[in-house]
Write a protein that binds this ligand. Structure first.
Ligand SMILES: [Zn+2]
Length: 301
């Protein structure tokens, strides 16, 4: 274990207006420990604040033994890398979010920030470049060229460092697939918060791309997503919270955190018709294939 002190300081705030901010109780523990593929521990949400360490304690208690802490800009990427270096339950992903890229480009800052992401990606507990990708929902036509350029560079950074790629794809399935084919997808490529249908799941199957399902899988209005999950190859399926967002049912809209992942995992196991313990073991093995082991490497002293 490292003697680096845990990072402090960085706390972000979610939209709280009109929401029930009481934190849901802990679910029944999972029968086999697994991992949250994608979370943002820097966010504060809820009436009772959980700092990252408390949040991870609660997760471990219900069978979520580790998380991938995901960056969206330089500040959160640096913070996540430092947290991963100091807490064995955390691995980090670093990137500039697709909605940040056009803003940075307009300020003439995009290349400088990408260089810093590239530097962070070389750290031993940074095991993915993400979240990067394309978001045609929040970014209009004028920002697309910068967004695509940023995505391409992130793909190259992941490949150069032989680490995974975590993709944010919002209303941009075709262009994301085309970009991956054009640039060449990294060996381990993950669609975070998979939002496609059975057709995109088949494309992912064909290319060996991983699909990470979030709390949206439990939503009443998401039958297409469950259909995609049923089509996805078992060895390509991951699970995530994307907390503090996308809280699973029956707590949609309440504060989310990695300890609520079991609700999503139970619904996923039900959807594919696999016993829960077997399904959890599968998710754990898939996740370790993408990011490697969470266990700290003993330094030869
Ligand atoms: Zn996210």
């Amino acid at each position: 274990m490292s003697s680096t002190p845990p990072p402090g300081g960085l706390r972000k705030r979610t939209q709280t207006e009109g929401r029930d901010l009481t934190r849901p109780a802990s679910p029944e523990p999972l029968p086999f420990p697994l991992y949250d593929n994608h979370t943002h521990l820097e966010f504060e949400d809820g009436v009772d604040q959980l700092d990252p360490s408390e949040s991870l304690d609660r997760a471990v208690a219900v069978g979520v033994r580790g998380v991938v802490q995901v960056g969206t800009d330089l500040e959160t990427s640096r913070w996540g890398a430092a947290l991963a270096a100091s807490d064995p339950r955390v691995l980090a992903a670093v990137a500039l979010h697709p909605n940040e890229a056009p803003k940075l480009f307009a300020q003439g800052q995009l290349s400088a920030h990408l260089s810093e992401i590239s530097r962070l990606a070389a750290q031993p507990r940074v095991r993915a470049v993400g979240e990067t990708g394309l978001d045609f929902f929040r970014t209009g036509e004028d920002g697309r060229a910068a967004q695509i350029e940023s995505f391409e560079t992130h793909i190259e950074i992941a490949r150069a460092n032989h680490i995974a790629l975590q993709i944010h794809d919002r209303d941009a399935h075709d262009e994301v697939v085309a970009t991956l084919k054009r640039v060449g997808a990294p060996e381990r490529t993950v669609f975070h918060c998979f939002s496609g249908d059975a057709q995109l799941a088949r494309i992912c199957n064909d290319h060996g791309w991983f699909m990470s399902f979030s709390g949206t899988t439990t939503f009443k209005n998401a039958p297409a997503l469950r259909e995609a999950l049923a089509v996805a190859k078992p060895e390509l399926v991951l699970a995530e919270t994307d907390s503090p967002f996308l809280t699973p049912e029956p707590f949609r809209g309440r504060p989310n955190a990695p300890y609520l992942l079991p609700h999503t995992v139970r619904r996923m196991a039900e959807t594919v018709g696999v016993p829960l313990d077997e399904f959890c073991a599968r998710i754990a093995a898939n996740t370790e294939r993408v990011y490697g082991s969470w266990d700290p490497v003993e330094s030869a002293a």
